[in-house]
Design a protein around this ligand. Sequence first.
Ligand SMILES: Cc1ncc(COP(=O)(O)O)c(C=O)c1O
Length: 412
Amino acid sequence: MTIFEQRESSIRAYSRVYPVTFATANNARQTDTDGKEYIDFFAGAGVLNFGHNNALMKQAIIEYLQADGVLHSLDMQTEAKAAFIQRFSDVILAPRNMPHRLQFTGPTGTNAVEAAMKLARRVTGRPHIVAFHQGFHGMTLGSLAATANPYFRGAAGVPLEHVSHHPLGTSDTDAHALIAELRAQCNADKPAAFLVETIQAEGGVNVVDRQWIQSLASLAKDLGALLIVDDIQVGCGRTGSYFSFDDLDIEPDIVCLAKGVGGIGTPLALNLVRPELDDHWSPGEHTGTFRGQNLSFVAGKVALEYFTDAKLMNEVREKTDFMLATLQPLLAKDSSLQLRGKGMIMGLDLGDGERAASIVGRCFDSGLLIASCGMGGKVLKLIPPLTISQQDLAAGLDILIRTTEHVLEEAA
Ligand SMILES: Cc1ncc(COP(=O)(O)O)c(C=O)c1O
């Protein structure tokens, strides 16, 4: 028995899917203790947009450590935090005319969502929040109430209240009807906020329809409710632009960010909050010991440099096209397969969780880390680092395609 089996909690999940011990990692590759290399199409569930051990970020962190930079500071002011906020403001907010303030929360995404839900309820004086079928927002009680998956909800042990779930609009044909239905329901019970992912990553890579989300934004305005976009998994460049909603023509009141925002994989979570809403907080009301990690500020500031010119985002577009073109023959072979996505998050829907699990396991044996998502785990989620080399991207897709063909042939 390994030390993990002996002593680590039964709650272990990914370590059961990838049952080796990893030793080192670089960009889109991880190496286990036997020296076997794996191409990483999982990237820490969207944390490692800039790859494992990004050389530029690693160097900045080493220099910060060598200079005895402050590592822990609660929410005190540090040079590293000032530099991050300034760069975020200059590179991300100012060019978009976003007046939002940065609220650093506890270091995981769920805590940013908790804070967003609290603030929406505070500002509006309304308890009810609207979330969506298959939405995923975290595991703590507030955000869990907004998470749709019954498996996760079942672990709560208490009723999860004051959140209702509605169908997500993913096609322009039903956008109008869905919003009309939502409007009727919300008129009877006005919500504090609409909490939405523009692409439901955990929920099966479901991409919102542009017209639907614009109508949702108007509905929020009409009702005096907030529009909260949870960009925790699909923000920070994943879709070919910093925010996943950059091309959607909406203006969220609160944007939740985590995962990739710390750059190198160390935790950092924050909300971007409109100032007039942020003014409703009193000091320390949503406190936490680890609000703002200095190493994440240092690496996260380096990550922002990728958004000062078009190079990486152009590469994302090229790699997206390459992924689509490479997967096309597989889709043509089997009409039951569906591919969804936006930029470098793609979901290959197999319509069957067992088949997807078998592909995940065999890909792992062949040296590819990929995970499943969606109801019953029937969707394979392709979410490699944005910085993956062309060679690794091609090699990873090759493993995926060969394995999928094999599993489909067996099932035929
Ligand atoms: C969209 C979204 N929101 C919230 C969370 C929760 O983040 P964390 O696991 O860091 O608490 C996740 C995690 O996968 C997520 O994908």
